[in-house]
Design a protein around this ligand. Structure first.
Ligand code: F6P
Length: 543
């Protein structure tokens, strides 16, 4: 592990002392002391404006957090990532999602081999295919054009495409429908195909490994649905394509490699929405818009790589997360997009952040003696305001939140956009400043009610503003969080790019699957709880 453990750095000790000194200072006080606070604590890059002034920080906090980043060599690790070094140490892999959006002609090498030409070769093939589908020149088996695209995939092979399809709905081809099947629950497949004509339906089977239980099961179901619906095996060729790194698995499944779009082991699943995994997004918005999204990603990559630390958005956001997570003991981070089209953004960020930074050992394999990734959750504003915001305002837990909004309207109903944004600004204000007993009393609040009405404030937020929710901005926004996650992982000295923790459940499910078969012998091999649950399930199923 390069460098000292995070807790052994001078900055960590200084931050611990500094936290003790300022933890009770109120944002009211901090704003009163510095009329230029909003200006001091805001930054802009790649089309994204970040106002982080409503955080419980001072100039000294920022200085110490930047010291921590220096001591933990965040910049050195970032540069190693961009150079294609194998920073995913436990899997001995490079981490090069930044190569997926590198412009033609850039050189990024893995094991001495420039990967950028391959990236663009796949993008070109995707573009040609997307154009064929969108124009109707690609015909289904019966000669009908494709009107429905269903992405079958889970985790990183699903959440990004679904999030993007909803976020960019305004830019999608409305003559087509885009649906997603992820869950092994057959109800997901049944609902997604409900009312669709197989002759007009294309399945994109997306799986990095092409071994994932859910995806392989749903892919087999899709194949049956096509063959039965169109009465011939031959129909599969026109109605199923694959996205994967596993050519052999795809071929074995019965999809010709000419209908497969590849990517590489140096793309993590949760970092893959801008690889061929984004094929459904590209068909939905068209190759030109997809290229704009990649340009947005790249702009944020360049910002992260080159902007000075005190103006570097992902670095700042990552360090602020560390500040609350490790010094205030906050357990969660709320993501509240004030944009209904970003409804699935919190779910997308859950995988991105929690699968990346939910780790209990450091890069040396030693148990960490510091907290790692926070719980990520959230819902769009204003819905959340009428549901769980009460707890953020008046509960006993500290819950930092990111509030995300856009200056341009998200729908033709312009006046409603002002209402939406007024709510975002008001919530950030209320979280920060609250309302005191004196203020309530001055308004004539009855004494008995006043304590219940008081909102203390001092609830931290980042406000993230962009002009317009469009492909370019979405790319920048996703890259912002990717690099914030990177920053956190670098500070915590963990491998943000493996996900060993998901394996055990998969193995145990594999063991239980045959035990649920009608003809299987009764199960005894587990603990009494698992044995009992399996027995009860089988009994209720009548076996
Ligand atoms: O089980 C977790 C995981 O491996 C994720 O990391 C990944 O995004 C998802 O499953 C799907 O994997 P695949 O794309 O290989 O089907």
């Amino acid at each position: 592990m390069a460098g000292k453990r995070p807790t052994e750095t001078a900055a960590w000790a200084a931050l611990t002392a500094h936290h003790a000194a300022i933890k009770d200072r109120h944002l009211r006080q901090l704003f009163a002391e510095d009329p230029k606070r909003a200006e001091t604590f805001s930054a802009e890059g790649a089309g994204i404006f970040l106002d982080y002034s409503k955080n419980r920080i001072t100039a000294e906090t920022l200085r110490l957090l930047l010291d921590l980043a220096r001591e933990r060599d965040v910049a050195g690790r970032r540069d190693a990532m961009f150079r294609g070094e194998k920073i995913n140490a436990t899997e001995k892999r490079a981490v090069l999602h930044v190569a997926l959006r590198a412009p033609r002609g850039t050189r990024i090498a893995v094991d001495g081999q420039d990967v950028v030409p391959e990236v663009h070769a796949v993008l070109d093939r995707m573009g040609a295919f997307a154009r064929e589908i969108r124009s109707g020149s690609w015909k289904g088996h019966t000669g009908k054009r494709i009107r429905n695209v269903i992405n079958i995939g889970i985790g990183g092979s699903y959440l990004g495409p679904e999030m993007a399809c909803l976020a960019l709905r305004e830019f999608t081809d409305k003559a087509m429908s885009f649906r997603f099947v992820s869950n092994v629950d057959g109800a997901n497949f049944t609902a997604a195909t409900d009312g669709l004509d197989p002759a007009e339906t294309l399945f994109i089977i997306s799986s990095k490994t092409f071994t994932t239980l859910e995806t392989m099961t749903n892919a087999a179901t899709a194949r049956r649905w096509i063959v039965e619906g169109l009465d011939t095996e031959a129909a599969v060729a026109k109605h199923c394509v694959a996205v994967s790194t596993n050519t052999e698995g795809v071929t074995k499944f019965g999809i010709d490699p000419s209908r497969m779009f590849g990517f590489w082991d140096w793309v993590g699943g949760r970092y893959s929405m801008d690889s061929a995994i984004g094929l459904s997004s590209m068909i939905a918005i068209g190759p030109e818009r997809f290229a704009e999204m990649l340009a947005g990603f790249h702009a944020m990559d360049e910002h992260f790589r080159t902007a000075p630390p005190e103006r570097n958005l992902p670095l700042l956001m990552g360090l602020l997360t560390v500040w609350y997570n490790n010094f205030f003991g906050a357990e969660t981070l709320g993501i509240m997009p004030y944009a209904a089209p970003l409804a699935r953004f919190p779910a997308y960020l859950q995988q991105l952040q929690m699968e990346s930074n939910g780790k209990h050992v450091d890069l040396d394999g030693n148990h960490v003696a510091w907290q790692t990734g926070p719980i990520i959750w959230g819902e769009p504003g204003t819905d959340g305001q009428h549901s769980f915001y009460q707890l953020i305002h008046q509960g006993t837990k500290l819950i930092p939140c990111d509030l995300i909004g856009f200056c341009e309207k998200l729908s033709p109903l312009a006046e409603q956009h002002d209402l939406l944004m007024a709510n975002l600004f008001a919530q950030a204000e209320a979280f920060a400043f609250g309302k005191t007993a004196d203020e309530f009393k001055a308004e004539g609040s009855p004494d008995f009610q006043t304590p219940f009405r008081v909102t203390e404030g001092n609830r931290p937020t980042n406000v993230i503003l962009a002009d317009r929710l469009e492909p370019r901005t979405l790319g920048s926004l996703v890259a912002l969080y990717e690099h914030s996650v990177f920053t956190q992982g670098a500070v915590w000295a963990i491998d943000s790019f493996d996900q060993w923790g998901v394996e055990l459940g998969k193995v145990l499910a594999g063991r239980i699957i045959p035990e649920l078969a009608a003809k299987a012998a009764p199960t005894h091999g587990h603990d009494s709880s698992t044995n009992g649950l399996i027995a009860r399930y089988r009994q209720r199923r009548g076996w």
